[in-house]
Ligand binder design. Structure first.
Ligand SMILES: [Ca+2]
Ligand SMILES: [Ca+2]
Ligand SMILES: [Ca+2]
Length: 484
């Protein structure tokens, strides 16, 4: 039991030592990268360590006159620290604070020295502001003594600073001592001590301009890099996908001590391409009256995507072929960037033209001038039903305009009014036929279920003529005849 107990105590000691060392390491890691209460505005020495031998003192004060018989105002705020030498020769009264500084950080502050001593060649009371690193010699930032200020002398507030070439744990210390005797104290005042840590240096990827691949667009931003106190974290506020237009992405780097730097990357998403429209019916397509047909169409946008598409037809709906003539279907498509495509598709619905019936032959045929030529044809729809209600006009023109003029002057039995000579400019002067018939239109013959017009050539000069049948479905049929 006794042995075991000793053993246990040994173990406990061992564990305690290990724990202690771990705490020390941990404490070293969490040292602030700033100076606590560097301006003493708490009115006390919070955050600072003191070393005060007998006879010395350290106070936070706004004016030492009432306790030290000299006046000095703080250089910053309402308080500064005043350190008085002690009553032991060559022994410093010191105020200090440890901190962590990264390479490139700066510590700075203000100090003054006041002595009540006379130099006399030996009583050279001294004051210092130093940085300390482990066992290394003090690195002096401020140094004054009786010999530099003279008997009972005082300096003004003096600025001091120091840049740390390497990252590490340091201590800032201000101190003052009686030198050569232990009388006639001296003082160092200190105020506005600050550690200024450089922010991380952040480099962000180049700005990006990309074409939309949808209403939002995924973008590979690239990588940002940062230099600073490790570990560094780099974040950005980019959305998962980018909307159209310009988005500013803010990158932020934060170092191990919370110092941060930010920079921007601009992402621009564009869509300059209008939507595409396809339709199964091509522009200019022709259909027979009452032909069954459907109209299929679609719209798409390969960039920001389709916002809207509009057409009088649902895709796949029956195409209107119930009346003859020219028809127009309009389709409009708009993408999410506002680009618009408008497609107009014209199609034509025609009669099925059957004819001509004898005696007129579609090929050139010779007739006796003055004879009457029956022009006959039939119109059907796509189902073979006869169409009785079409409007069919007939007109003619001599193939040779000069011959036409001869026909006009030699035609005594019927006068062709020159005012009706509407197409005299062209090679085929064309005029509506005005003859003995009461109308220039075909009539429908119910008995034969066909359209008929007796084209009289009485008084026509010999020559070639074109007879034109104009239907209300927009088509024309031209027959060439020769008169002898
Ligand atoms: Ca202050
Ligand atoms: Ca002295
Ligand atoms: Ca587009």
């Amino acid at each position: 039991m006794q042995n075991s107990g000793k053993h246990s105590r040994f173990k406990l000691l061992y564990i305690t030592m290990i724990t202690f060392s771990l705490i020390v390491i941990f404490a070293g890691n969490v040292l602030a990268s700033s100076i606590t209460n560097g301006g003493f505005e708490t009115g006390d020495l919070s955050g600072w360590d003191t070393f005060i031998p007998a006879g010395g003192s350290i106070i936070a004060t706004n004016n030492p006159l009432s306790v030290e018989q000299f006046s000095m105002s703080p250089i910053e705020g309402n308080y500064f620290a005043l350190i008085r030498s002690n009553s032991i020769a060559n022994y410093y009264t010191a105020l200090s604070q440890p901190f962590y500084a990264s390479a490139g950080s700066k510590i700075c502050g203000w100090a003054f020295f006041k002595t009540k001593d006379s130099y006399l060649g030996i009583y050279n009371d001294a004051s210092l502001v130093v940085t300390k690193t482990g066992s290394a010699a003090d690195n002096i930032l401020f140094q004054e003594s009786v010999s530099s200020v003279g008997d009972n002398g005082i300096t003004p507030w003096k600025y001091w600073e120091y840049y740390f070439p390497a990252s590490g744990t340091y201590t800032i210390e201000a101190k003052v001592a009686n030198i050569g005797d232990r009388y006639n104290n001296s003082y160092i005042g200190i105020d506005d001590v600050k550690l200024i840590t450089p922010a991380p240096v952040l480099s962000v990827p180049a700005d990006i301009t990309a074409e939309a691949t949808g209403i939002t667009t995924p973008v590979t931003l690239g990588e940002a890099t940062a230099d600073g106190i490790l570990p560094l974290t780099i974040t950005n506020d980019a959305p998962a996908e980018f909307p159209l237009g310009t988005t500013v992405v803010t990158w932020t780097a934060v170092d191990a001590y919370g110092n941060s730097a930010s920079a921007s990357q601009v992402v621009t998403i564009f869509d300059n391409t209008a939507p595409e429209i396809t339709a199964a019916v091509e522009d200019g397509a022709e259909f027979t009256l009452n032909e069954p047909a459907t109209f299929t169409w679609s719209a798409s946008d390969g960039q920001s995507g389709l916002a809207a598409a509009d057409c009088a037809y649902q895709s796949g709906a029956a195409l209107d072929t119930s009346t003859v003539g020219e028809k127009t279907i309009n389709i409009t498509a708009v993408d999410n960037a506002g680009n618009t495509t408008v497609k107009a598709i014209k199609y034509y619905v025609r009669y099925s033209f059957i004819g001509l019936f004898s005696p007129v032959n579609p090929d050139a045929r010779i007739y006796q001038s003055g004879s009457s030529i029956p022009v006959k044809f039939r119109l059907e729809d796509a189902n073979g039903s006869c169409i009785k209600t079409a409007t069919a006009a007939i007109s003619y023109a001599p193939v040779d305009p000069s011959l036409y003029l001869i026909a006009q002057t030699t035609c005594n039995s019927r006068t062709i009014d020159p005012a009706r000579f509407t197409g005299a400019k062209g090679p085929k002067a064309e005029v509506q036929l005005m003859v003995a018939e009461t109308s220039e239109f075909f009539r429908f013959d119910e008995a034969k279920m066909q359209y008929i017009y007796n084209f009289s050539t009485a008084g026509f000069a010999a020559g070639e003529y074109d007879i034109k049948i104009t239907l209300d479905d927009g088509t024309e049929n031209i027959i060439r005849i020769i008169l002898r």
